[in-house]
Design a binder for this molecule. Structure first.
Ligand SMILES: Cc1cc2nc3c(=O)[nH]c(=O)nc-3n(C[C@H](O)[C@H](O)[C@H](O)COP(=O)(O)OP(=O)(O)OC[C@H]3O[C@@H](n4cnc5c(N)ncnc54)[C@H](O)[C@@H]3O)c2cc1C
Ligand code: FES
Length: 280
């Protein structure tokens, strides 16, 4: 199979994900049923969204492998291709190439407590992960689950309906936060993600792992907090978003040192990242 050939998909649904309309969630259906089987993915992987004549963009898969019949992506309007995607309509045909990269290390995490830390629109693959972890077939395989998720303001939080459903459950501890708000009805935290991690996250031990995905500035300030809480560097798992072209380890566009983020990652432990040149 030619790895550069995308699967044809139809846009089935488009939802505006944030109040400033800069993010939209696209639900795609594969035109050929067999392609959905070939696109078997795990939480943490990404794909290249391909718009003929415009280009391709790497985007984390926001749907979860336990959700069948469709695949979703939440896309920030950043530049050329994402702006074009934001103008597309339900029923339009385009392509998806993947799944690409590695996933979060689910087998290794079985039996462990998991702290999920997300910021801004990098929460997409963490949404996929939470849906996977909470699925009745999976929840008993994992220990405690804590989630710290932050956005600039309440209207910039993704997946707000799901966040409030997860809030009500007693098998996941949600710590939602915003940088600031003048909403008198806001009942969750106010403060930057690293501060809330320091206040609410469990201490690190041999059975507890942190998964972190967010803007570089958030990662930079969360890392020392996790160290202070006792997390070893091989218990801190990060997903990186380097610039990419091919997405399959051929062009070298995404490297940090000898690691190709598209193929060896995007998921790395902090230990692995420490062994690469300091670009993160
Ligand atoms: C593994 C991975 C997963 C990603 N997941 C998501 C996701 O779930 N949702 C989402 O909205 N975006 C995600 N991104 C980022 C997304 O790929 C870029 O925003 C997109 O490629 C921009 O394409 P464009 O043609 O619209 O912008 P361009 O016209 O190419 O660029 C517009 C602006 O965005 C900057 N830019 C482009 N690519 C990146 C990048 N990788 N990191 C930082 N800045 C960039 C450019 O420097 C420029 O300033 C992910 C990236 C990677 C590598
Ligand atoms: S994007 Fe081509 S090698 Fe990673």
């Amino acid at each position: 199979m030619n790895p550069y050939l995308p699967f044809p998909v139809r846009i089935d649904e488009i939802n505006i994900a944030t109040e400033d309309k800069s993010l939209k969630t696209f639900k795609f259906i594969f035109l050929n049923k067999d392609d959905e089987t070939k696109f078997a993915y795990q939480a943490g992987q990404f794909a290249e969204l391909s718009i003929p004549g415009k280009g391709e963009i790497p985007i984390g898969i926001a749907s979860s492998p336990v959700e069948k019949g469709f695949v979703t992506f939440t896309v920030n309007r950043a530049g050329l291709v994402t702006t074009h995607l934001h103008k597309m309509k339900v029923g339009d045909i385009m392509g998806i190439r993947g799944p690409l990269g590695n996933c979060y290390p689910w087998e290794m995490l079985e039996g462990k407590n998991i702290l999920i830390i997300g910021g801004g629109f990098a929460f997409t693959t963490l949404r996929s992960s939470i849906i996977y972890l909470l699925h009745p077939d999976n929840r008993s395989k994992f220990g405690d689950i804590n989630v710290v998720y932050g956005a600039r303001s309440p209207g910039m939080l993704l997946y707000r309906e799901e966040l409030s459903e997860w809030e009500k459950r007693d098998d996941i501890n949600m710590h939602i936060t915003v940088d600031g708000t003048d909403d008198p009805d806001w009942k969750y935290n106010i403060g930057f993600v690293p501060t809330i991690v320091e206040q609410k996250a469990p201490h690190g031990d041999a059975d507890t792992f942190a998964i972190i995905c967010g803007p570089p500035i958030m990662i930079k300030f969360t890392q020392p907090v996790l160290e202070k809480l006792g997390y070893d560097h091989d218990h801190i798992i990060m997903s990186l978003e380097n610039r990419m072209k091919c997405g399959i380890g051929m062009c070298g566009r995404c490297n940090i040192g000898k690691e190709l983020v598209c193929k060896d990652g995007p998921v790395f432990t902090l230990n692995q990242i420490n062994q690469t040149p300091r670009e993160y």
